[in-house]
Design a protein around this ligand. Sequence first.
Ligand code: HEM
Ligand code: HEM
Length: 206
Amino acid sequence: MPQGLLFDTPDRYGLVSRALHWGMAALFAWQFAGMGIKLALGRHPISSFFVGTHYGVGTLLFVLVLLRGAWGLFSARHRPPHRPGPLGWAARLGHLAIYALMIVVPSLALLRHYGSGRAFAPFGIPLWDARETKIPSLVDAGNAAHGELAWFLLAVVAGHVAMVLVHRFALGHDVLPRMAGRLRAPQSAPAPLPVPSATGAAAAPR
Ligand code: HEM
Ligand code: HEM
């Protein structure tokens, strides 16, 4: 098992998983708050500010979820385990659904933008140029599902946070410290006790 604060152990998530979890949670909060404000205020300078950051932050989230998924696969065997039984399976399925939505939601928007034929340069980084031809199926898929699935992701995350509270206050099995508690390096195994020799003197263990 890899050692050190960066890595996950069976009793807590490490620094890399925590930075990805809380950093991405903050960026998701930004995306949803921005779109909520846009829906509430309509055309307004505050809405325009959030809309102006939506494409860039969304693209960053797409890159981060791929890195997070890769890190999750690398760490899978030494992460905190799920409970045995149906509750553990529900947690596994819930996390899997969150990953699927975190990938599908920005993918649909990126493909829609590609299909629209417009150039794309999030944070000024040119990813593709404008084209004459459009791909209507990509535009239609994005229009049909990007916003709806994004709100569905928000609902699933609300359920995720509710389950953290249920674990803490109803099940007596607090999982929050694994992701938010004090980060300690894994304890190294204690030195073996000296083995008494036939003469009574303690022999050094080999
Ligand atoms: C994971 C990242 C993202 C999240 C959570 C997210 C979330 C949302 C939400 C909640 C809405 C409002 C839907 C409504 O009006 O009811 C929305 C709209 C929109 N998003 Fe995103 N978005 C993300 C990534 C992106 C990306 C990468 C782009 C551009 C490439 C983008 C472009 C748009 C556009 C153009 C709209 C307005 C049209 C529509 O409702 O589909 N989004 N997004
Ligand atoms: C206040 C907000 C949040 C709290 C209190 C919270 C809490 C937690 C806790 C305690 C765990 C560890 C669960 C365990 O060990 O079984 C966890 C894992 C996880 N959370 Fe959250 N979470 C929050 C927001 C989010 C958001 C916004 C997302 C994604 C959109 C998310 C996605 C995940 C995923 C996928 C895992 C599994 C571990 C991983 O692969 O990172 N969480 N969360």
